[in-house]
Design a protein around this ligand. Sequence first.
Ligand SMILES: [Zn+2]
Length: 200
Amino acid sequence: MRVAIEKKAPKPKTCRNPACRGSFVPQRLGQAVCSPKCALATVEVQKAREKKTLAQAGRRDIKARKEALKSRSDHMREAQQAFNEYIRTRDQAAGHLCISSGKPLDWSGNAVDAGHYRSVGSAPHLRFDERNCHAQSKHDNRFLSGNAVDYRIGLIARIGQEAVDALESDQSVRKYTVDEIKAIKASYREKTRELKRTAA
Ligand SMILES: [Zn+2]
């Protein structure tokens, strides 16, 4: 009597090619795709994925190297931009007029500066002082040299005589490390985002 040798039927598998996902019965050990066509397709997908990963790593690397090459003044410029952007966002949200001319500000284009009362050049220690910086028309800031006389009048109305006196007599010296400058930039970016979120 012959003993029937029962060959265990291989279990069907799902093709690994994402575009196929067909069911197939493996003919070989470890067969993961249903056909040579799908084998080729998965190799292409894998290659594309590796290329993308390499490109991402490259971009990360370039970004890290650029960051490492930044000078102290690069960091300072970025922090100042972040601070100024916050000042504009703050004053736009509050509906303020130009601090010096008292005229409505045109927020539609690129006509509003963050104007420092005591300039960054002559009073660098007040460059990140929120009392010292307000939304101002580009016209006043750039073509009227800040329009200091009217700025002072507007500033007293905005923050009060006492605060203006404090600003005017402030001769303190502030030294920032690069890490502190970076922290200032990050904090003002966050403050701007927060303000835009709540204003929207
Ligand atoms: Zn397939």
